[in-house]
Design a protein around this ligand. Sequence first.
Ligand code: CO
Ligand code: CO
Length: 326
Amino acid sequence: MDPAVLDLMLAGLPRVTDANVLLGFSHKDDAAVYRLPSGEQIVQTVDFFTPVVDDPFDYGQIAAANSLSDIYAMNARPLFALNIACFPKSQPPELWREVLRGGAAKAAEAGIAIVGGHTVDDTEPKYGLVVTGIVEPGRVWANEGARAGDTLILTKRIGTGLLTTLLKDGAVTEAQLADAVASMKELNRVAAAVLARFDVHACTDITGFGLLGHAGELCAASGVGMRFRASQVPLFPLARTLAVSRKFPGGTKVNRLYLGDRVTAAADVDEGLLWLLFDAQTSGGLLASLSPAQAEAALAALQEAGVEAAAIVGEVTESAGILVEA
Ligand code: CO
Ligand code: CO
């Protein structure tokens, strides 16, 4: 949703005073971290959204991968999940069985079971998961912790907001989006497991607020700024080509408006490319901030593990604000 509206909604809520809540929404982290009486720490997140592709099995997989992503973005391991679904009465149950099958398949790939859930009738369909995970105490990756001088690594291509909007408009076919659909279905599990071998200072996953929006959350929580090299950001080729159409989803436009003067783009940055950096993503990659001494080795390890889109996209700066260079 609109990040400005979200700020207004959250502003009225009571402060969390439970000392066992180690991470809540004060820094807009991907998931909450809670310390159990045993001392173990669990991580919990919920995410659901309207269909982004026509194929119901693909949609179920994408929604589940997206929900699991917040667990991986915090260096946690998923334990189990619950379905959360809004299904229109007018649509056949067989269709929604495919969605749920997609979710279950992705959960199985993540090594967990979906153990229950909740459904309601709704004219606008929505599906996703509540996921509970576990994290080693002291090893949580949060939005806080990025340090000036850190290198930024992004693990998936950008452009799914634009592409899925063009699909809804009938301007492209699902077959043309095969690489984007495969990317949205891909778990961030391998990327997180590889990054865990390195000294990650902060991490988040790129979803609705776009690359620059989620980067902005890391900046705010860590008290730093960032510099991105637009030409280094991995993109879906079709998104790059069709960025000139400016058929971006509403969320992308809202992201750009919300970030406003916190983002400065050099004069030679292509406008279509700049829009893509604000593009609202579905089930995007991880954005990790890590020591520059380890960045090349981490990138090589990611690519070796099959995270082929991974790229160094910029660095953390001392001065506040986000600078985008060509
Ligand atoms: Co997230
Ligand atoms: Co989320």
